[in-house]
Design a protein around this ligand. Structure first.
Ligand code: SF4
Length: 374
């Protein structure tokens, strides 16, 4: 049921196991890794199981659930069945998509309007690929279709050096079709999987100069977080988590010290454990979601709604009031923060795991050496 006062209890970043795509952008992480699996997998866990596993009761309240694949999310035909079930459960859902699989948009607009009010699309605006493949009209038609049906959305550009000569025409098209220019993300170079630096030949200053012109709160905030190692106490693992829709494995964040299959026994409670002061990443490259939603309460951050919304020339907005209010709430408003004693207990427990992991690695490496010498 609609409730304008809903506040976010948890954020779940849900990986959809698809590595194939309708486009072939040169900066894409899948292209960079040379992975383009052709097969679309069948999901092991049914819609009913996933709904039960992610019920409001089990999660403790209304959650924001993001669906994103390594390839094109909506190539998975059944995905919308899962989305619908979670909307019916009362959650708010986001889908990351390149808006090229038209049949899915025809299908989604048939959902009841009360569900569509809690559905948000992140449309990736791959301008050069869309233009080259003659897909721009189709792209915008699909976006307008869901917008007119009551969904919220954002339009996001992945900055690349090759795109710079086309910025004006790309923005003009976005204004004509959707009333405002796109937001800008920061592209990471996956050829260095440890550090994940910015994917560009320009200096950081030049990069900021070029893409800063979009006045995108998303870009500005991502740039602020990029290359900053996080040492604060982070609630990822409890207030938020990463989930694989194919396997049911839940982890604290992309890199994690604890894992659990939460689809196998949906009647049992989930064991939540924050990662604390033990973030394993070089930097929080998707902190525009995790941190903006409140995983590190002591950091002042814009709201997620601020990072995604645009006000159009006619005064309308990309995000509807209900979604805006929900995306404007923070995880620390509906979750209890830990005392310093509680934090110390978590950190101690996780330290033990880190030590055990190091030891295991060292033993494995030693065994490799011994075997080679035999
Ligand atoms: S600081 Fe960011 S990357 Fe690190 S665990 Fe928290 S959310 Fe994940």
């Amino acid at each position: 049921m609609r409730n304008g006062m809903d506040k976010i209890k948890r954020f779940i970043d849900c990986y959809v196991p698809i590595t194939t795509c309708t486009l072939r952008c040169h900066y894409c992480y899948i292209t960079q890794h040379g992975l383009f699996a052709q097969k679309i997998p069948k999901l092991k866990y049914s819609v009913e199981t996933v709904r039960k596993a992610l019920s409001k009761e089990r999660l403790g309240g209304t959650c924001l659930i993001n669906f994103c694949a390594a390839g094109e999310t909506l190539l998975l035909k059944e995905l919308l069945d899962y989305v619908r079930a979670l909307l019916e459960e009362g959650h708010y859902v986001m889908i990351v998509t390149n808006a090229t699989v038209s049949s899915r948009f025809d299908e989604v607009v048939k959902f009841p309007p009360t569900l569509l009010r809690r559905l948000f699309f992140k449309f990736s605006y791959h301008y050069l690929e869309l233009k080259q493949k003659n897909l721009l009209e189709k792209f915008f038609k699909n976006i307008q279709k869901v917008r007119d049906a009551g969904c919220s959305f954002t339009l996001e550009v992945t900055p690349s050096d090759e795109l710079i000569p086309f910025i004006d025409e790309m923005n003009q098209k976005a204004v004509e079709e959707l009333g405002a220019i796109p937001h800008v993300t920061v592209a990471r170079d996956e050829r260095d999987p440890e550090k994940l630096p910015i994917l560009t030949e320009m200096s950081k200053e030049e990069y900021k100069e070029v893409w800063g012109k979009f006045h995108s709160a998303l870009f500005d905030y991502k740039m602020e977080l990029f290359e900053v190692r996080r040492t604060e106490f982070c609630y990822a693992g409890e207030w938020s988590f990463y989930l694989n829709l194919g396997t049911g494995m839940m982890s604290q964040c992309y890199k994690s010290l604890k894992e659990q299959n939460i689809f196998e026994h949906p009647e049992q409670p989930i064991v939540f454990c924050p990662i604390g002061n033990n973030c394993l990443e070089h930097h929080c490259y998707n902190g525009h979601v995790w941190i903006a939603l409140g995983d590190i309460p002591e950091l002042l951050a814009p709201t997620y709604a601020e990072l995604r919304n645009r006000v159009c020339e006619d005064g309308s907005e990309w995000i509807n009031p209900e979604m805006k209010s929900f995306m404007g709430s923070k995880l620390f408003e509906s979750n209890k923060s830990y005392t310093s004693e509680e934090k110390a207990v978590v950190n101690k427990k996780l330290h033990r795991l880190i030590v055990r992991r190091h030891l295991k690695h060292r033993v494995a490496n030693l065994l490799k050496v011994v075997r080679r010498e035999k």
